[in-house]
Write a protein that binds this ligand. Structure first.
Ligand SMILES: CC(=O)N[C@@H]1[C@@H](OP(=O)(O)OP(=O)(O)OC[C@H]2O[C@@H](n3ccc(=O)[nH]c3=O)[C@H](O)[C@@H]2O)O[C@H](CO)[C@@H](O)[C@@H]1O
Length: 371
């Protein structure tokens, strides 16, 4: 009987980042069962190539209080962790309340926990909230920690986590490369330069979005610059964007896109303006300069590689930095050199192999002596 693994998926980024791992686990004879929490209620695993995996649906939509959502996920999942269906390993990704809920349920049931994308730290529990606290708590509970970078691993060592730390790269790069293999070659000089914008983080909700919107309206005065904002499924963010930017003749508001289309849009953008975690990982690999709409980031590697720059959500900082990249070719070129600070695109098979080895050790009669 092969080991049983549960893979917790609640949101779009988790589906994107766990799809490569699901395939790598299946190739290793460890086909996982998806725990689809329902945090993003419209999430369809099939859209991310996960449609053929067995799935446990919890129907736990996100809640205003993310801790209550995590606890709802944990309590709904608990009955499935007893008896014959009990998994040998629970795998969560990143920092959502679904990931935390899966972690809490696993530990309560005495089931070993693995954390993919472990060790990311902004070192500020308030920014981003609740993700930083979620990550710290999950890492404290995990037996296996898959850190994307050496810096992530160093954070875990500093916190003296009890689990096994492995540096694997981020599966976001695996997912990106899989899409690029399917896309036609990039065509240079594809029309007027495009500023592609996404914004969904809690710290940019409501009135906090206003300076960002005003910056876009000011930048829209550049006659040869096209501006496109991809709306997020979060209704609060979409409403704020529509209120300020809806109907603007030179700013296009686009509906959320399927991942292949989004990667194609990112790849042909001249400049990216985003608060997204995943786009901070994709932009360097694609060599598209990224201005990060945050005052801090748990992904400093993209800043260090020169591909990304923190601009916060100050109207004037945003305008000045976009204009600098538009007007100074050498400043632009310095940020447009492709780099892989978040891994080589082979994280998923590494993680799958490490899970297989770890599970085999747990099954050997003398493993208690090895630990
Ligand atoms: C604090 C923080 O940073 N937390 C992050 C958050 O994820 P995020 O910030 O990356 O979330 P999004 O920006 O929504 O997703 C981005 C992905 O979605 C693709 N995309 C985008 C727009 C679209 O229309 N269609 C798409 O396909 C895009 O190319 C990219 O791959 O939670 C994750 C899970 O815990 C964490 O791992 C991650 O740390």
């Amino acid at each position: 009987m092969p080991p049983s693994l549960f893979l917790v998926v609640g949101t779009r980024p988790e589906a994107i980042k766990l799809a490569p791992l699901a395939h790598a686990l299946a190739a290793a004879g460890l086909t996982p069962t998806l725990v689809v929490t329902g945090q993003h209620s419209l999430l369809d695993p099939a859209e991310y190539g996960l449609g053929t995996y067995p799935a446990l649906r919890l129907h736990c939509p996100s809640k205003e209080d993310p801790r209550l959502h995590a606890e709802a996920v944990a309590s709904t999942l608990a009955p499935f962790l007893r008896g014959a269906a009990r998994p040998d390993l629970m795998i969560v990704q990143g920092d959502t309340s679904s990931a935390l809920g899966g972690a809490l349920a696993a530990v309560a049931a005495g089931i070993p926990l693995a954390h993919v994308e472990a060790g990311l730290r902004s070192h500020d529990l308030a920014l981003p909230w609740p993700e930083e606290g979620n990550r710290v708590e999950i890492d404290r509970l995990a037996s296996l920690l898959f850190a994307a970078t050496e810096e992530n691993a160093a954070n875990l060592v500093a916190e003296k986590v009890r689990g096994e730390i492995h540096v694997t790269g981020n599966t976001a790069v695996d997912a990106l490369f899989a899409i690029l293999d399917d896309l036609p070659p990039r065509v240079e000089g594809h029309g007027l330069p495009r500023l592609l914008v996404t914004c969904h983080r809690r710290e940019n909700w409501g009135t906090a979005f206003t300076p960002i919107g005003l910056a876009l309206i000011e930048l829209a005065q550049v006659p040869w610059l096209r501006i496109e904002m991809v709306l997020h499924s979060n209704p609060a963010m979409a409403a704020a964007a529509r209120l300020l930017l809806g109907g603007h003749p030179r700013i296009r508001l686009l509906q959320p896109m399927e991942h292949h289309a989004m990667v194609a849009a990112i790849r042909t953008a001249h400049i990216l303006l985003s608060d997204s975690g995943g786009i901070q990982e994709e932009a360097p690999a694609l060599g598209v300069p990224l201005l990060v709409l945050r005052s801090t980031t748990e992904r400093p590697e993209g800043i260090a590689s020169g591909n990304s720059l923190l601009v916060g959500n100050d109207r004037y900082d945003i305008v000045d930095n976009v204009r600098r990249l538009l007007d100074d070719p050498s400043a632009y070129r310095a940020m447009a050199v492709p780099a892989l600070p978040f891994g080589d695109g082979k994280a998923a098979p590494r993680i799958a192999e490490l899970c297989g080895q770890w599970l085999a050790r747990q099954r050997r009669p003398d493993h208690a002596l090895i630990a």
